[in-house]
Design a protein around this ligand. Structure first.
Ligand SMILES: CC[C@H](C(=O)O)C(=O)SCCNC(=O)CCNC(=O)[C@H](O)C(C)(C)COP(=O)(O)OP(=O)(O)OC[C@H]1O[C@@H](n2cnc3c(N)ncnc32)[C@H](O)[C@@H]1OP(=O)(O)O
Ligand code: CO
Length: 139
């Protein structure tokens, strides 16, 4: 685990939250991206070396929709940058963490991603992110 790659925040209205976080951070989002496989549309902000990911559900079965129904808007996950996501999945599984997808999937912002169930991580949904080789967009 190299560093926190981004903090994911579940929001009901991405456009409204883009304006709110632009006021908060003093900088506009640098991209928006829909990830249909996750039923989300996202926007990304850079704040110094850190990144914030805002997520709005695009369908009722989205993890974000379920999260907001249950807990309201708020911090949804913490993502860590890893160099080798397959090795980390293997290591964390062997350490007893519940890996939600043993095969990395394509996430937003040019990343391969995997998730650890919050019940195995003191209640915090953890995302692993590995840069898709050959893309430098978000260094
Ligand atoms: C990939 C694009 C983008 C990127 O960065 O690239 C993203 O970050 S996409 C983010 C959205 N996708 C995901 O979150 C995928 C992983 N999440 C899941 O598979 C589910 O959300 C899961 C398994 C964590 C929970 O799904 P489930 O259907 O089991 O929902 P429940 O409401 O029944 O939850 C069970 C239990 O877990 C607690 N929970 C749920 N979500 C979270 C959370 N984000 N943080 C902490 N805890 C969470 C929920 O409260 C339930 O606890 P309980 O004590 O049983 O009430
Ligand atoms: Co994320």
């Amino acid at each position: 685990m190299n560093k926190i790659e981004h903090v994911g925040i579940a929001v009901k209205d991405l456009e409204a939250s883009n304006l709110l976080f632009k006021k908060l951070l003093g900088v506009a989002h640098y991209k928006t991206e829909e990830v249909a496989s996750e039923g989300v549309k996202t926007s990304f902000f850079k704040s110094g070396p850190n990144k914030i990911e805002l997520l709005e559900a695009t369908d009722a079965n989205s993890p974000i929709a379920k999260f907001i129904d249950k807990k309201g808007e708020g911090v949804h996950h913490i993502a860590f940058e890893v160099d080798d996501i397959e090795a980390e999945i293997k290591r964390l599984g062997e350490e007893g963490f519940i890996v939600l997808n043993n095969t990395p999937k394509l996430g937003a912002d040019n990343k391969l991603v995997a998730f650890l169930h919050p019940k195995s991580t003191n209640g915090v949904l953890i995302e692993l992110c590995q840069e898709v080789k050959g893309t430098e967009e978000t260094k």
